[in-house]
Design a protein around this ligand. Structure first.
Ligand code: PMP
Length: 432
């Protein structure tokens, strides 16, 4: 619309050329509530992106907002001083932490971004092991700051910024569909690679500090690993006396239909970086829960200014309460399986939709290349069609060929149906 155009034009003149999103979905946002966004021209959109999986309890969730506003009036910035907000959030995180973490964990809050939390885990792992060797996976995304970028796999993110941290190794993530393997076989092979790297004296890898893994790869294309993979990885980490760092930045806080994706696989991370949805309604905060055995830092051993944003912390507490009180984990599982069913029906109409993946409301639909169009171009076309009909969807995947559906967990069944009618129509219209 004309008002969006005006603001986009204004942005184009002053904002960084790196800003990407409005180039694909050219709207300027006026306001957002729950699972809908209204642009400055008064058009409303169903939001199947949730600010990259941040707005799990919905845009401007009133239950969260109320407490955030109250807290903002009292105090906002507190660094590391104790506040009720901070301690309440730590306790709330303890209540939902996966596996055995709640019994013996510690939390360190990071700066506002996921990358900050990842940087903290690199320091934590190095400090505790004395090593500097970092193991991560192909297809991984862990952030854009120097250390996190070193763990990120995609060439497009890092090729212009060499050198990366030394002694970082990327091993294959089990990706049964892409590898054309049975899931068990994919998992076994991936684990064998890690084991060999760590345990074969001739692998050329020395001084390991830790293993970083996404429990379900996000940017890499919503890649759901086979059942035994994470427990197997945990065992290897244990045998080699290094921590397993499970990056729950995109998968946390109910996104996958459990509090954390680790819950699906019965694995207890040694350290678990969190960000995105942790601040409830998009307030910037990150944190890492880690096992008390790793709690060896001296006071001041890892510092940072933005580690006590009380409104974000209150927002986090309220968001956890809201998810629990409204049974949003079960809701995410139900609506998620409805969405996957609809996508599978569309796969029957458009054979280029070759794989439907994910758990809860963390969903990917992969499209294959054809002779005259790549899967990436097709996903862009579908995205554009959806946007024109009032649904915002995003892409993912190493080759950009995965349609990513990660709506707020508060998406109602009616909204899911309305959204999927449009998304499936767009997919089916692009049948070859
Ligand atoms: N880890 C994962 C799994 C992510 O998905 C992201 C962001 N997409 C990050 C880390 C980095 O978070 P941020 O962009 O807040 O630095």
């Amino acid at each position: 619309g004309p008002e969006s155009k005006k603001l986009l034009e204004r942005q184009r003149r002053v904002d960084s050329s790196a800003v990407a999103y409005p180039k694909v979905v050219p709207i300027a946002i006026e306001e957002a509530k729950g699972a809908t966004i209204r642009d400055v021209d008064g058009n409303t959109f169903l939001d199947f992106f949730a600010g990259i999986g941040v707005l799990n309890v919905g845009h401007s969730n009133p239950y969260v907002m109320e407490a955030v506003q109250e807290q903002t009036e009292k105090v906002a910035h507190t660094i590391d001083f104790p506040t009720e907000a901070r301690l309440d959030l730590i306790e709330a995180l303890n209540d939902i932490a996966p596996g055995a973490l709640p019994d013996n964990n510690r939390v360190i809050f990071g700066g506002p971004t996921g990358s900050d939390a990842i940087e903290g885990t690199i320091k934590l792992a190095k400090y505790n092991t004395g090593g500097d060797g970092l193991i991560a996976f192909r297809g991984a995304y862990h952030g854009g700051s120097a250390g996190a970028l070193s763990l990120t796999a995609g060439k497009k993110y890092k090729e212009d910024y060499a050198p990366m941290l030394p002694n970082v190794h990327h091993v294959p993530y089990p990706f049964a569909h892409e590898q054309g393997l049975d899931p068990q076989e994919a998992s076994d092979r991936a684990l064998a690679n890690v084991r060999e790297l760590l345990e074969d004296p001739y692998s050329g890898f020395a001084n390991p500090a830790g293993i970083w893994v996404e429990p379900i790869q996000g940017e890499g294309g919503i890649v759901t690993p086979p059942e035994g993979f994470l427990p197997g990885l945990k065992e290897i980490a244990e045998n080699n006396d290094i921590p397993l760092i499970v990056d729950e930045i995109q998968t946390g806080f109910g996104r996958t239909g459990e509090w954390f994706a680790s819950d699906h696989y019965d694995v207890t991370p040694d350290a678990m970086p969190m960000a995105k949805a942790i601040g409830g309604i998009g307030l910037p905060l990150s944190g890492t829960m880690y096992h008390e055995d790793l709690d060896t830092w001296e006071a001041g051993g890892h510092v940072g200014t933005y580690r006590g944003n009380a409104p974000a912390m209150v927002g986090g507490v309220r968001a956890i309460e809201y998810i629990r009180d409204n049974d949003l984990l079960a809701h995410a599982r139900e609506v998620g399986s409805y969405i996957r069913d609809r996508l599978r029906e569309s796969a029957g109409v458009n054979e280029r939709l070759v794989d439907v993946r994910g758990r809860g409301l963390f969903i990917g639909a992969e499209f294959a290349d054809s002779e005259d169009q790549t899967g990436k171009e097709l996903v862009k076309d579908i995205q554009e069609d959806c946007y024109k009909r009032g649904v915002l969807v995003w892409s993912a995947g190493r080759r950009g060929n995965v349609l990513r559906l990660i709506p707020p967990l508060v998406l109602t069944q009616e909204q899911a149906t309305a959204g999927m009618d449009i998304i499936c129509e767009a997919i089916e219209q692009h049948a070859p």
